[in-house]
Design a protein. Structure first.
Length: 271
């Protein structure tokens, strides 16, 4: 039996949430991820908390299709971040019926970050949301071991570790480390592929992550081993940005190819 699959916003970032939900339904996804906040200054996002009409239409598409919202993106916690600033974000997430929030750490003072992340978790919990810390090599939380340690120290039951296949590989994190993460801390994970050879620069890592990944099973990451190590029943978010391909191939074709490829990886992991 296949796990539930979610169409990550980044796979078809050109689509606003209502169109994203319709596309996910047409392809056979059970969930979507919605990017309410940009990953970087000037980046694409769909701030539904500031657009009542777009939020209403998104809720209508959820009702009509049965596709639900798995996660919200992207909360970047920096030294100056104030948790109170996310009030509308949390309220909108609750209205959308979302389950998880993707959190990234950009504070080199990890003690301060841990305290602030714990506060974020407390605020998210009041709206029925988890807070899932994604480790990325260029951030202040560069690998699985660091993320798992921070999550454990928060003492918050809704704090989670978000495993992205690309970052797992590029950070040299290991299956052995993953086995030590309590299952309850793994709420969903992100699936994609990439060349076996890692980029030599931080700029290369960031560019590949945000714009050019590969469909699952078409690259050099050992996705079968990773899939076997993850809980079998949690949501698999398929995050495959392909900026060059998107110039000539439509969103429907790319999203369907991503889902079909992901199913192949999961099937291989369970054989």
């Amino acid at each position: 039996m296949m796990p539930p699959f979610s169409l990550a916003a980044l796979t078809v970032l050109e689509l606003a949430p209502p169109a994203l939900i319709d596309l996910a339904a047409a392809c056979g996804y059970q969930h979507v991820g919605i990017r309410l906040l940009p990953a970087m200054a000037g980046g694409v996002a769909y701030p539904l908390m500031d657009d009542a009409a777009a939020l209403k239409e998104t809720l209508a598409r959820i009702e009509a299709t049965g596709v639900t919202v798995a996660d919200l993106e992207v909360v970047a916690i920096r030294p100056e971040t104030e948790i109170a600033s996310f009030a509308a974000f949390f309220e909108t997430g609750e209205r959308l019926g979302a389950k998880n929030i993707l959190v990234a750490g950009y504070d080199p003072d990890l003690s301060r970050f841990t305290d602030r992340f714990a506060g974020f978790c407390e605020a998210a919990a009041r709206h029925g949301l988890t807070a899932d810390l994604e480790f990325m090599p260029w951030t202040s939380v560069p690998d699985l071991a660091t993320a798992a340690g921070i999550v454990a120290r928060t003492g918050q039951p809704n704090a989670g570790v978000l495993v992205d296949a690309l970052h797992f590989d590029r950070s040299n994190s290991s299956i052995t480390e993953l086995a030590r993460v309590p299952t309850a801390r793994l709420h969903y994970w992100q699936l994609c592929d990439a060349p076996a050879e890692r980029p030599a620069t931080t700029e290369g890592l960031i560019h590949a992550a945000r714009y050019e990944r590969m469909f699952p099973g078409e690259g050099g990451i050992d996705l079968v081993a990773l899939a076997r190590a993850m809980p079998a029943d949690i949501v698999v978010s398929i995050e495959v940005p392909t900026a060059e391909l998107a110039k000539t191939v439509d969103a429907r074709t790319r999203a369907q190819r991503a889902l079909d490829a992901a199913r192949g990886v999961i099937a291989a992991a369970r054989s």
